[in-house]
Design a protein around this ligand. Structure first.
Ligand code: NAP
Length: 375
C-alpha cells in the first residue's frame, strides 16, 4: 500500500520530499558535482518525491540553479519551495531576493516561499507585507516560515489574516522530538503543513546508540530499513512532510519507498517511548563553547565576545536573547560529552552556537541550558 499525498487545504504535496542543503555547495557555490546532483534530484522526482526544498543561501544560490535544471521540462509536476535569508527580510530586500531566486530557478513562480529564520530586528509585519505583495503578483504561490517558535507562529497567523500560512519548517527527527510538544499539535489544529527538516538527523538517523539499537529492532520486525522506519514514524505524527536530502541512488530509492511503510498503532506506541531522548538542563559553565574554531560559522568563546557580536551574526546573540525572554523558549542546544577533559567542562557545544550565548545572555547565566546529548 502506498500512502496518498498529504492534503493541506485544497493542495496536495508528495508524501516525502527532497532537501537540497549541500546540493550546489554548502554556503558557497561548488560546481564540481553538478551533473550528479541534477540527476539525483531527477531520480527523486521520477520516484514521486516531487516536493523540492531549497534556499537562496544553499551553495550561495547555486542550489537553486541546480533545482532549476532538474525541473526543466516538467516544472508543473514539481512543487518548488525556497527560502529567503534572515538578512533579506526588509520589504525591499525581500522583493529583490525573490527576483534573484526566480532567475536562478528559471521559473516564473515559487510554489512555497519561506522565511528561513526569524530576524527579530525587522518587524514581522514588514516582511509579511512584502510576502503578501509577492503573492498578489503571482511570484510566489504560498507563504511559509521556518525555525519559528509557537508565539512567532501565532503572531504570523494574526498578521496574515485571511491569507493562509501554508507551512512551518522545523528540525524534526528521532533525536529532536521537541516539535511534538506544541508545534505539530498546533499545525494539526490550524491545518498548516509541518515540514520536517534533517529528518534523518543528517545521516546519523538518531544521535543516540541506545535509541539506534531499538530502531534496528523495530525495523527488523516490520521488514523495512531503519531510515524508512524513521521517515514513516515522523509522517505518522500529523500533517508532517519529511524532506531528506539524498545524493546516493540507494538512499533516494529507500526514501521514496518510505511512503509505502504504514505503522500499526502498537509500533507507534512502542517507538514513542523507546525512541525518545529527553532534554537535559545543564549549567552553562559545564559547556565548552568553542571546541574547535573550524567550520562555516565563527564562534564566540566568552560572554563578552558574544555580547559584542564581532563576527556580525544577524540576528545577533543579543537579538535572540530578547526573543528568548519574550517567548521563554529555545530549541535545545546539542552537546557531546568531553572525553578526557580537564574537569572544568563536561560537554562540548556541538550545534546551536549562537542560541547557546543567547540563552546565557538572556538569563545572565542564572538558568541552566536545555540540551540534547549526542553520544
Ligand atoms: P538529512 O536529510 O537528515 O540527512 C542527509 C544525510 O543523510 C546525507 O548525508 C545523506 O547521504 C544521508 N541519507 C539520505 N538518505 C539516507 C538513507 N535512506 N539512509 C541513510 N542515510 C541517508 O539532513 P539535512 O540535509 O540537514 O536535512 C534535509 C533538508 O532539510 C535539507 O537538505 C534542507 O532542504 C532542509 N533543512 C532546512 C533547514 C532550515 O533551517 N530550514 C536546516 C537544515 C536542513 P547522501 O547525500 O550521501 O545520500
Amino acid at each position: 500500500m502506498t500512502l496518498p499525498p498529504l492534503e493541506i487545504g485544497d493542495k496536495n504535496v508528495s508524501a516525502i520530499g527532497q532537501g537540497c542543503m549541500g546540493i550546489g555547495g554548502r554556503f558557497t557555490s561548488d560546481r564540481s558535482r553538478d551533473s550528479e546532483q541534477i540527476a539525483a534530484l531527477g531520480l527523486g522526482i521520477d520516484l514521486g518525491m516531487t516536493f523540492i526544498d531549497t534556499a537562496e543561501i544553499y551553495g550561495g544560490g547555486h542550489s537553486e540553479e541546480l533545482v532549476g535544471e532538474a525541473v526543466a521540462g516538467r516544472r508543473d509536476s514539481v512543487f518548488v519551495a525556497s527560502k529567503v535569508s534572515p538578512s533579506h527580510l526588509t520589504a525591499d530586500a525581500l522583493i529583490l531576493a525573490c527576483e534573484n531566486s526566480l532567475r536562478r530557478l528559471k521559473t516564473d513562480r515559487i510554489d512555497l516561499y519561506q522565511i528561513h529564520w526569524p530576524n527579530p530586528s525587522i518587524p514581522l509585519e514588514e516582511t509579511l507585507g512584502g510576502l503578501l505583495r509577492l503573492r498578489e503578483q503571482g511570484k510566489i504561490r504560498h507563504i511559509g516560515v521556518s525555525n519559528f517558535s509557537l508565539p512567532e507562529l501565532k503572531h504570523t497567523r494574526s498578521i496574515l489574516g485571511s491569507t493562509p500560512l501554508f507551512s512551518v519548517q522545523t528540525e524534526y527527527n528521532l533525536f529532536e522530538r521537541t516539535p511534538e510538544n506544541e508545534i505539530i499539535p498546533w499545525c494539526v489544529k490550524e491545518g498548516v503543513l509541518f515540514i520536517a527538516y534533517s529528518p534523518l538527523d543528517q545521516g546519523r538517523l538518531v544521535g543516540s546508540a541506545a535509541v539506534r539499537r531499538n530502531l534496528a529492532k523495530f525495523a527488523q520486525m516490520i521488514g523495512c530499513t531503519q531510515s524508512q522506519l524513521v521517515l514513516a514514524f515522523l509522517r505518522s505524527q500529523g500533517p508532517v512532510l519529511p524532506i531528506p536530502k539524498a545524493l546516493c541512488d540507494e538512499h533516494i530509492r529507500e526514501n521514496a519507498g518510505a511512503s509505502e511503510v504504514v505503522l500499526s498503532a502498537d509500533i507507534k506506541r512502542q517507538m514513542d517511548t523507546k525512541c525518545r531522548i529527553e532534554v537535559k538542563l545543564v549549567p552553562w559553565r559545564h559547556i565548552r563553547p568553542a571546541p574547535n574554531t573550524s567550520g562555516d560559522h565563527a564562534v564566540y568563546k566568552s560572554i563578552e565576545e558574544a555580547r559584542a557580536n564581532l563576527a556580525g551574526h544577524s540576528p545577533s546573540p543579543m537579538d535572540l536573547a530578547m526573543e528568548i525572554i519574550r517567548n521563554d523558549d529555545i530549541k535545545p542546544i546539542r552537546v557531546t560529552p568531553v572525553l578526557g577533559g580537564d574537569g572544568t567542562f563536561r560537554y562540548d557545544l556541538a550545534e546551536g552556537r549562537i542560541r547557546f550565548w543567547a540563552w546565557v545572555l538572556a538569563f545572565d547565566g542564572e538558568r541552566d541550558v536545555p540540551v540534547l546529548l549526542r553520544d
